[in-house]
Design a protein around this ligand. Structure first.
Ligand code: NAD
Ligand code: AKB
Length: 315
């Protein structure tokens, strides 16, 4: 019997992932947790625990209490926020991961999911169709923590036979929860502001192209990865994953098809430098070969859903 613990469940991905895991595996088999509790929405309908990922003892107690067999470890500080408080962010991202890896070995967990990011790449990485194996020279606190995390999960896989699986997510776009302090957040905020005010001031420049993905595709890829036979997985660090790439100009043109008076202005801030160090597009052919990964959503389908769902939500 699968018993799943999600750490960082109140965040952008956790909100969607908790719902989908509960749909697939049953409400009582999926324990959501975060450092704070959300009193509204889906989290109050299932089991919820307050857990700080830096508190190894508490995580250990919760694993024992519910006889946890799998962990999805989502708690982290994202790229934009991490630059504001580098040392604290490093601690959350790295000590948090070590706590889970150590407990994974100690408690003999069946599987762990930990997400990496396109942030593992850096200014010297080829930016078009970035390969699975290439130069990784991240220059952000967040990117360095993701690259170190990838090396450590491979180490635990090899040394302790711990089954840790990972995807290098691109920027994820969703409507259930707002984005949590990253560089790709503009592509979520733009929809909220389009619906609320009909205009958006973008913190990246007009032609900054980045890899992005609609959340449903990311959730499917994640759960599918966790269901694959271990022997079919050739990568023990993290798989490149991709569906679409676009610029702020291209997404704003797509929004204008639905809201013709929508206006975008550009006021790049410190996140521009981060975006400029990341790939424009990703080669995920290995994930497609190893796991049969296929994405479903493109920019126009995603735009239609985002505007419809955010309009419903704000009303
Ligand atoms: P988010 O910021 O929306 O959510 C992170 C959650 O972690 C928040 O609810 C926060 O309260 C929680 N958290 C922070 N510190 C904690 C602590 N000490 N203990 C327990 N919980 C804590 O982030 P997200 O977008 O949901 O991202 C989840 C994971 O996916 C992260 O590892 C992130 O790096 C990765 N990722 C996200 C994206 C994306 O576009 N959303 C892209 C690539 C990788
Ligand atoms: C961020 O912008 O920090 C995240 C990511 C791509 O890892 N969305």
């Amino acid at each position: 019997m699968k018993k799943i613990l999600i750490l960082g469940a109140c965040g952008q991905i956790g909100t969607d992932l908790t719902l989908e895991l509960r749909n697939r595996f049953g409400e009582k088999n999926v324990i959501a947790s975060d450092i704070y509790s959300k009193n509204e929405g889906f989290l109050k309908d299932g089991i919820f625990e307050i857990i700080d990922v830096l508190d190894k003892k508490k995580i250990s107690e919760v694993i024992d209490k519910y006889q946890i067999t799998e962990i999805y470890h989502l708690a982290a500080v994202l790229s934009g926020n991490a630059e504001k408080n580098p040392m604290k962010s490093w601690e959350v991202n790295m000590t948090g991961l070590f706590n889970i890896l150590e407990l994974g070995v100690e408690k003999k967990l069946n599987k762990i999911f930990w997400p990496s990011s396109i942030a593992v790449f850096g200014p010297s990485t080829p930016r078009e169709n970035t390969p699975q194996d290439t130069i990784t020279d991240p220059n952000t606190v967040y990117g360095i923590s993701k690259l170190a995390g990838e090396r450590w999960i491979e180490y635990y896989n090899n040394k302790y036979n711990l089954d840790v699986r990972s995807l290098r997510y691109p920027g994820l776009i969703s409507y259930k929860a707002e984005a949590g302090g990253g560089t790709t957040d503009y592509a979520v905020e733009i929809f909220y502001e389009a619906v609320r005010n009909g205009k958006y001031e973008c913190f990246l420049s007009k032609n900054t192209e980045l890899p992005m993905m609609y959340m449903d595709d990311a959730i499917n890829a994640t759960i599918e990865l966790m269901e694959f036979k271990k022997e079919n997985l050739s990568i023990k660090t993290s798989y490149n994953l991709s569906s679409m790439s676009f610029t702020p100009d291209e997404i704003s043109k797509e929004i204008k098809k639905h809201i013709p008076n929508f206006q975008i202005t550009y006021h790049p801030d410190f996140r521009q430098k981060i975006a400029d160090s990341w790939p424009k597009s990703i080669d995920d052919s290995l994930a497609r070969r190893n796991g049969g990964w296929r994405h479903k959503y493109n920019l126009s389908e995603m735009t239609e859903i985002m505007l419809k769902e955010i309009t419903k939500k704000l009303n």
